[in-house]
Design a protein around this ligand. Structure first.
Ligand code: NDP
Length: 286
């Protein structure tokens, strides 16, 4: 006896504006295909004034979840039924999952970085000293997750004090980690006892591939792990400087892959095919 046909796919995707260049579809569709799941990832343009209607629509169409990108990561919060405590602290949601009929907000940006650190460099953040360049959305998610995971200290180096100082204060007041803000108005020299250095600015993103943060690069040492958030190109001028000085490096492509892999598991409950996802994304950036 042949099986009844089932043409209904499970739907997920991303709401953003502008969203056309968001590459997440490439790795999620590759993952669904590899895992033999009848799921679809849709890249959906949603204007800020239409976000509430879009969330009502995804409920009506029984989406299994959604990613949020610029400019929706903060404004989606009041539209959800609950938000995980780390995402509440970060103040932004980039992934929504369904729990029965309830929509739950998560933030996987920082978690993707943590998993890349653990899997890619074999390093646990517990007791480690971090220097971060940047204090935007990515830096906020990463530093909060690191502080919650037991990092000893976080130095936040940022050009604009109005963004850097409140982030250091948020971490000091809500986690056991030490956090300090440094105003970035001169080439910054990395303290020798630093374990991990992270570029969490947008400097070096395609097409500005020759740009790099204003750092005294001779302060890098071979005992440091140096990480970049820039996924495209994964090989940045910043990471080149680190590698020249013998440091281990982690690129932003790995972070993005793990961020997507965490979303895959939140939605499907299954193990993510990480290598398939990495290859699909790398090919998209080629
Ligand atoms: P935001 O716009 O929120 O923050 C950008 C940060 O970069 C700010 O701290 C800003 O400083 C700083 N910055 C930008 N240009 C300069 C400059 N010329 N000199 C000094 N500082 C500068 O962006 P996001 O935090 O959302 O994203 C940052 C980068 O992270 C993007 O390139 C994005 O693609 C990447 N990203 C990667 C992810 C991954 O998984 N690999 C995930 C999320 C983001 P100031 O406060 O002074 O303006």
């Amino acid at each position: 006896m042949s099986q009844e046909p089932n043409y209904k796919a499970d739907l997920v995707g991303v709401f953003g504006h502008p969203v056309a260049e968001n590459p997440t579809i490439v790795m999620l569709e590759a993952a669904f295909h590899a895992a033999n799941l009848n799921w679809r990832y849709l890249t959906i343009e949603v204007l800020p004034e239409d976000l509430a209607a879009a969330v009502t629509g995804m409920r009506a169409m029984q989406f299994q979840g959604i990613n949020l990108t610029i400019p929706h990561k903060v404004s989606v919060i009041p539209l959800l039924d609950d938000v995980e405590s780390d995402a509440k602290l970060i103040g932004a949601v980039n992934t929504v999952r369904k729990d029965g009929n309830r929509l739950i907000g998560e933030n996987t940006d920082g978690k993707g970085f943590l998993r890349n650190l653990r899997e890619g460099a074999g390093m646990d953040p517990g007791g480690k000293r971090f220097v971060f360049f940047g204090a935007g959305g990515a830096a906020r998610a990463m530093t909060v997750e690191l502080a919650l995971a037991g990092a000893e200290s976080l130095t936040i180096v940022n050009r604009t004090p109005e963004r850097g100082e409140p982030l250091a204060q948020l971490i000091r007041e809500n986690t056991p980690a030490h956090a300090e803000f440094v105003h970035w108005n001169h080439p910054y020299s990395i303290p020798a006892d630093t374990d991990v250095v992270v570029n969490a600015t947008s400097i070096g993103l395609f097409p500005d591939v020759s740009e790099k943060p204003d750092i005294d690069y001779d302060s890098f040492s071979d005992s440091m792990v140096v990480c970049d958030v820039i996924p495209n190109p994964p090989q940045t001028a910043f990471l080149d400087e680190a590698r020249l000085r013998g440091a281990r490096t982690l690129d932003g492509l790995g972070m993005l892959v793990y961020q997507g892999a965490i979303g895959f598991t939140l939605w499907t409950g299954k193990e993510p095919p990480v290598e398939v996802m990495r290859q699909a994304l790398a090919a998209a950036f080629d």
